[in-house]
Design a protein around this ligand. Structure first.
Ligand code: ADP
Length: 172
């Protein structure tokens, strides 16, 4: 479709949190089509496989109310982000900004990506204050020690996490 704005929201999504979903909903105020790029990130040692992460995202985004003509598509990628963005015909990279801690890394990455491809703009969105402090890494740490993760992730993702923690704790 001519004039359709396509954005890519890249991340690890291990697993998708309420913070990520808040950013996705906000991004839909800006783009017509959002491709949620799920990075393999093997060096981060993800808890969920790439397929599981994509599947969880697909289930979550299926619940959102979109405007006519809008779409959201989770898609795995393992190449350079900018190459992935161009292969999606996207002109916008969406990132979420949490506290000051995210800033330095994001600032550097946005600057380098602009050098690689001046036609692609990085847009930073801020989650609602309820969700700003959520990080996938902490959700996993809390859950593995038996804490309640349902404040941070959807009921479906909570179930997946509980199953995963049981598997991990059982193997100890
Ligand atoms: P990464 O491994 O690149 O940090 P994540 O899956 O953790 O990927 O996050 C993907 C994107 O979502 C990043 O831009 C991150 O800043 C943003 N994000 C994650 N959690 C939140 C949150 N609670 N509020 C706002 N942005 C968030």
């Amino acid at each position: 479709m001519d004039g359709m704005k396509i954005g890519v929201y890249p991340g690890t999504f291990d697993p998708v949190t309420r913070g990520h979903m808040d950013i996705i909903e906000r991004a839909m105020q800006i783009v017509d089509k959002l491709i949620v790029g799920v990075a393999i990130n093997a060096d981060k040692g993800p808890m969920f496989s790439l397929d599981e992460r994509v599947e969880m995202l697909s289930e979550e985004v299926a619940e959102l109310n979109l405007k006519p003509g809008q779409s959201i598509e989770p898609r795995p990628f393992d190449n350079l982000l900018m190459h992935f963005v161009l292969s999606c015909d996207a002109t916008i990279i969406v990132r979420g900004l949490r506290a000051v801690s995210d800033f330095e890394y994001e600032f550097q990455m946005a600057g380098m990506n602009r050098r690689l491809e001046p036609g692609v703009e990085t847009v930073f969105l801020m989650a609602s204050d309820k969700y700003q402090l959520i990080a996938s890494r902490l959700v996993k740490e809390i859950g593995i020690l038996g804490g309640d993760v349902s404040h941070f992730v959807s009921p479906r993702v909570t179930e997946r996490l509980l199953a995963k923690f049981a598997e991990i704790n059982g193997n100890k």
